[in-house]
Design a protein around this ligand. Structure first.
Ligand SMILES: Nc1ncnc2c1ncn2[C@@H]1O[C@H](COP(=O)(O)OP(=O)(O)OP(=O)(O)O)[C@@H](O)[C@H]1O
Ligand SMILES: [Mg+2]
Length: 297
């Protein structure tokens, strides 16, 4: 792994046409300040200050890819789920969340001819049903995340995809899908991959990420690249969206470096105010490299 090879890998996807398939989600933050505890009830009263509405879900993921590839298309259906979170304005900590379920129709088969990579960001709200999984798994190059969230826990496991070329899931998603709480993560990844996936990444929040190249039987890991965190929401989606096109040819070491850099940049952005861009990412990697060289001197 070197920053040079990561930069070359980033350049290699500039003419790619990419299709994102996934659920529509609207993420709304209602910023509040926390008042004193209610004397009568066991609840925490808050005072409303302001709000901000973001296009989340598949649209937020796709936007991360836009500056890296030539064309990014989104396939989704319905007005999606609106997730309203009360957020303490002081520190962007989320206090509680309400889901307003809109209308999501299972997506019907699309023509994927002409796309270099299809990325399924499967938030498990109903867009990708078993029929959709059938056609997705037949596309020439498929990258997937199947998210476990508060609305689908245990019902949207990555094992619903019999085949995929590249997977990015987080550690709880990997352990849930493998039914394995305790084994070392490498054992969980081996169990899960079982010949099904060619490259498998398991992200682990502030610990960074692990990778398994199934074809080469090789593991790699890389600690997180930053400890400046404003908002982690969507960090795994940024990791997937940016590295998926690159996973066709990239080494797992380069994918970990680029993915962790994407995650680190996302963690510094509130909600989905802006996407991770190619310029941000290249700048981050160069800075990281010069910091590493200085600390080796
Ligand atoms: N607290 C953190 N500190 C530093 N880096 C982080 C932190 N949280 C996430 N990251 C970076 O982002 C990557 C993906 O994060 P994480 O494992 O939290 O994904 P996730 O749970 O799938 O998130 P989401 O589903 O909200 O997109 C990590 O591998 C890491 O590089
Ligand atoms: Mg995730």
């Amino acid at each position: 792994m070197s920053v040079e090879s990561a930069l070359a890998l980033i350049e290699s996807v500039k003419d790619f046409k990419v299709l994102f398939v996934g659920d529509t989600i609207i993420d709304e933050y209602q910023y509040v300040s926390v008042l004193n505890k209610s004397p009568k009830e066991n609840l925490i009263p808050v005072k409303y200050l302001s709000s901000e509405v973001f296009q989340g879900g598949v649209h937020a993921a796709a936007r991360h890819c836009e500056s890296f590839c030539k064309a990014v298309t989104v396939a989704t259906d319905g007005n999606g789920v609106r997730k309203v979170r009360m957020v303490d304005k002081n520190d962007v900590r989320k206090l509680f969340e309400i889901h307003y379920n809109g209308h999501i129709t299972p997506i019907v088969e699309r023509d994927t001819a002409g796309f270099d990579c299809v990325i399924a960001v499967d938030f498990g709200h109903g867009l990708i049903d078993s029929k959709a999984v059938e056609w997705l798994t037949k596309t020439p190059y498929l990258a997937v995340n199947a998210q476990t969230n508060s609305a689908n826990s245990g019902f949207n496991l990555i094992t619903k995809y019999r085949h995929s070329d590249y997977i990015v899931i987080d550690e709880p998603e990997a352990r849930l899908a493998a039914h394995d709480r305790d084994s070392p993560i490498e054992t969980v990844m081996e169990k899960l991959a079982n010949g099904r996936w060619l490259k498998l990444i398991v992200t682990h929040g502030f610990h960074g990420a692990y990778a398994y190249d199934v074809g080469r039987s090789e593991f790699a890991k890389l600690p997180a690249l930053s400890n400046t965190v404003v908002d982690t929401m969507g960090a795994g989606d940024a990791f997937l969206a940016i590295t998926a096109p690159m996973s066709k040819t990239g080494s797992i070491e380069d994918l970990l470096l680029i993915g962790n850099a994407a995650g680190a940049i996302k963690c510094q952005i509130t909600g989905h105010r802006s996407p991770v861009t190619k310029n941000n990412l290249i700048g981050f990697l160069k800075k990281h490299d010069s910091f590493r060289s200085d600390s080796r001197r």
